[in-house]
Write a protein that binds this ligand. Structure first.
Ligand code: GLA
Length: 381
């Protein structure tokens, strides 16, 4: 895609400022309660949508043969032709990708004006790109009177990552953003893409470590390759094994994978069991078993090796606070966010002191949000 600063000749492009948008849709970010690095291994995840959202407004152009994307939140104006969307390293590439993804789904999107606003931080691991993709897929499909179902918007969004932008992430982020519900967690089985909801009304404290995640993409791809290699070796022992997450722990004992593949596989297999245990406990006791969060964090730290000093410090700090029942890194890791569960008053109390103490320890500013499971993507206008 060429990013041009001016829209070329012909009829003047009228900005969407001052013109009411024809349609608008919004989609939230997510945190994952448990089930980390399981989605692309065929395992289950348990994310919730959060109350930080991205809104995409779409207005007709007045005859311009270009789609103009702008945002008071993100920087720079992006331009692309809806008939020829191509990837670029500008943030508007996600929107060009959505137009391309909708074309694959049979929808022809004309050139339009797109405005984006968001209160989701970018690069903190709260899935701001998934929220943008899902909101845009909903808004643009609505604009051509062919509104996608939320799950279809999630599929378009995931295709944008995997097939357009070129990031090999799993399906969790877009599904959580599209399908999330207030007061419920999404129990998604990523091998079959089947899901249901588990009641989850507890407060969630999110802490952004503020660690730059520059190396996260390459580390993520390396872990995926290790998981693929572990699965290939396990299949030599059991040809019927459908995914790494489906491997029984006994198979791991029997096959003795070379390191680090053994530890990577152990994380995926034990994390899969933890998701199931968390869902069972939520269904029977209506409470999240906080110990599972701490075990998940240990496994991510020691076996999957995707934590860092700051995230480990935050988890230990939070666990030392009265009334906090569980904490762990959430999302891909290598920086990004930690979540903590527990009594609302305790989380509020911990939050105030934490920002100061973290700053003293690391000379870095943490950001915090107290949230609850919130509604997924929706049409606003
Ligand atoms: C990122 C990816 C997800 C998932 C998590 C780790 O957020 O986008 O698909 O793999 O990491 O659980």
């Amino acid at each position: 895609m060429r990013i041009r600063q001016a829209a070329g000749s012909g009829a003047p492009v009228t900005g969407s400022l001052g013109i009411p948008p024809r349609v608008a849709a919004s989609a939230p970010g997510r945190v994952n309660l448990i089930g980390e690095h399981t989605d692309y291994n065929g395992g289950p995840v348990l994310p919730v949508a959060i109350d930080l959202r991205t809104t995409v407004r779409v207005t007709a152009t007045r005859g311009a043969a270009v789609t103009r994307v702008r945002s008071a939140t993100y920087h720079g104006i992006g331009l692309f032709e809806a008939r020829r969307p191509a990837p670029s390293d500008h943030w508007s590439s996600y929107l060009a990708g959505v137009v391309a993804g909708l074309a694959r789904a049979g929808l022809t999107i004309p050139d339009v004006e797109i405005d984006v606003t968001s209160d989701l931080p970018v690069g903190a691991g709260l899935s701001s790109s998934a929220a943008l993709e899902v909101a845009a897929a909903l808004a643009l499909s609505e604009f051509v009177d062919s509104r996608l179902a939320p799950i279809e918007a999630a599929r378009v969004g995931h295709w944008v990552e995997a097939g357009f932008v070129g990031v090999r992430s799993g399906i969790m982020d877009q599904y959580a953003s599209a399908l999330g519900r207030a007061g419920e967690a999404l129990y998604l089985r990523c091998d079959t893409e089947t899901y249901d909801f588990v009641p989850f009304a507890e407060p969630i404290l999110i802490v952004d470590s503020g660690m730059p995640r520059a190396l996260a993409a390459s580390a993520f791809n390396r872990r995926r390759a290790e998981c693929d290699a572990a699965y290939a070796l396990l299949r030599e022992a059991d040809a019927a094994l459908s995914s790494l997450a489906a491997a029984p722990a006994s198979l791991l004992d029997r096959v003795r994978l070379p390191e680090p593949l053994g530890r990577r596989a152990r994380h995926v297999i034990t994390e899969t069991a933890r998701v199931r245990a968390a869902v069972a406990a939520l269904r029977s006791d209506h409470r999240f078993a906080g110990d599972l969060l701490v075990e998940s964090h240990r496994s991510l730290r020691d076996d999957f090796e995707c934590s860092c000093t700051e995230l480990d410090w935050l988890v230990e700090y939070l666990m030392a606070q009265d009334g906090v029942t569980g904490a762990r890194l959430t999302g891909a890791g290598w920086g990004g966010c930690v979540i903590a569960l527990g009594d609302a008053g305790a989380l509020e109390h911990a939050r105030g002191r934490l920002v100061y103490d973290y700053g003293q320890q690391f000379d870095r500013r943490a950001r915090t949000w107290l949230t609850r499971a919130s509604e997924g993507a929706r049409i606003e206008l």
